[in-house]
Ligand binder design. Structure first.
Ligand code: HEM
Ligand code: NAG
Length: 329
């Protein structure tokens, strides 16, 4: 085995290396751990499967974790780092806390991997594999995940707001957030389909249920029966920050196209979901995804692979963390 440091030196030294080194240095590869940790991907899948056996809902948490990792500083595991006495980390920003979940599944996968091949598999890759496994195990689609990400050493709560899209954004604002990350508007609609699984805290949408825009009424774009049931789950005077509802009420733990069907029935939970009907291009994608489960799954898998390449660290950049919650010393 050649170390990645050696490879880098070879790349500089031999012009022939130019032919293959870019793929070693700056691109992710399917089967990256084939030689260094042969069972890496099946070990991650085992950890995800065990976790879903306890709580099927955690699949949604893992998909969202990967998204929130990639949109802040790229897919380099910064979302997994704990705060320290001198630094408030991404996971403790209100954009992520208390809603992000699944961290202990990544810890479990990491522990299993460290036992099998110490210091080889990055936390960022574990997260990308776990998101794929979650999509597949909830009825989505299995797809190849290019790997070789390395872990970053910086995580700042202050960077979450300018990078993660909030649920009250309009189509142009949403589109801009995704294009900032190299993703198209169509990929944004495709990826929003992740809201087919999981839950939301009431705080993300109660403003749509009561006195919307000072009208003393609900958001008119929300189906009134659905709004009434949401008001039951999320009372206006509640001070409980933990109240949650499923996002896709019919099949909350199955990756299917009911998310798009719900939007067409004015039952999109967030403004950012429902508002996709207000733009002709995004509306037509919502309709075509609602009609074609297999088409959406294929597009979702491809968009996840693309999202998974945002600003990755490869080659000799970053590190392979021993513990996903702390940087190596
Ligand atoms: C388009 C912009 C997006 C907005 C505004 C948005 C917003 C939100 C909000 C507010 C929640 C609820 C969090 C809570 O309060 O518990 C949520 C949940 C979730 N989001 Fe998004 N999201 C977006 C895109 C995405 C994308 C691209 C993905 C993944 C590819 C994703 C995956 C999820 C999942 C799976 C959940 C459920 C999490 C759980 O059950 O733990 N979202 N999202
Ligand atoms: C509704 O919102 C408007 C404008 O923000 C405010 O003036 C009014 O007092 C609110 N009504 C209630 C019942 O809270």
């Amino acid at each position: 085995m050649v170390s990645s440091k050696k490879l880098t030196q070879m790349c500089v030294t031999f012009w022939v290396a130019v032919l293959f080194c870019p793929s070693v240095q700056s691109h992710l590869q399917v089967g990256f751990y084939r030689n260094s940790c042969r069972r890496a991907e099946s070990i991650v899948r085992g950890a995800v499967r065990d976790a879903l056996r306890q709580d099927r809902g955690v699949a949604a948490g893992l998909v969202r974790l990967h998204f929130h990792d990639c949109f802040v500083r790229g897919c380099e595991g910064s979302v997994l780092l704990d705060s320290t006495s001198s630094n408030k980390a991404e996971k403790d920003s209100p954009a992520n806390f208390p809603s992000l979940r699944g961290f202990e599944v990544i810890d479990d996968a990491k522990a299993r991997l460290e036992a099998e091949c110490k210091g080889v598999v990055s936390c960022a890759d574990i997260l990308a594999f776990a998101a794929r496994d979650s999509f597949d195990l909830t009825g989505g689609l299995d797809y190849d995940v290019p790997a070789g990400r390395r872990d970053g050493i910086v995580s700042l709560a202050s960077e979450t707001f300018s990078n993660l899209p909030p649920p009250n954004f309009n189509v142009d604002q949403l589109t801009r957030r995704f294009s900032d990350k190299g993703l198209t508007q169509e990929e944004m609609v495709t990826l929003s389909g992740a809201h087919t699984i999981g839950t939301s805290h009431c705080s993300a949408f109660t403003y749509r249920l009561y006195n919307f825009s000072g009208t003393n009424s609900q958001d008119p774009s929300l189906d009134s029966q659905y709004a009434a049931s949401l008001r039951k789950s999320c009372p206006q005077d509640s001070t409980d920050p933990n109240l949650e509802v499923p996002m896709d009420t019919r099949t909350p733990t199955i990756s299917d196209v009911n998310y798009y069907k719900d939007i067409l029935a004015n039952r999109g939970l967030f403004s950012s979901d429902q508002i996709l009907l207000t733009n002709p291009a995004t509306a037509s994608e919502v309709k075509s995804n609602a009609r074609s489960p297999s088409g959406w799954k294929r597009k979702f898998a491809a968009a996840m692979v693309k999202m998974g390449q945002i600003e990755v660290l490869t080659g000799n950049k970053g590190e392979i963390r021993a513990n996903c919650r702390v940087i190596n010393t």
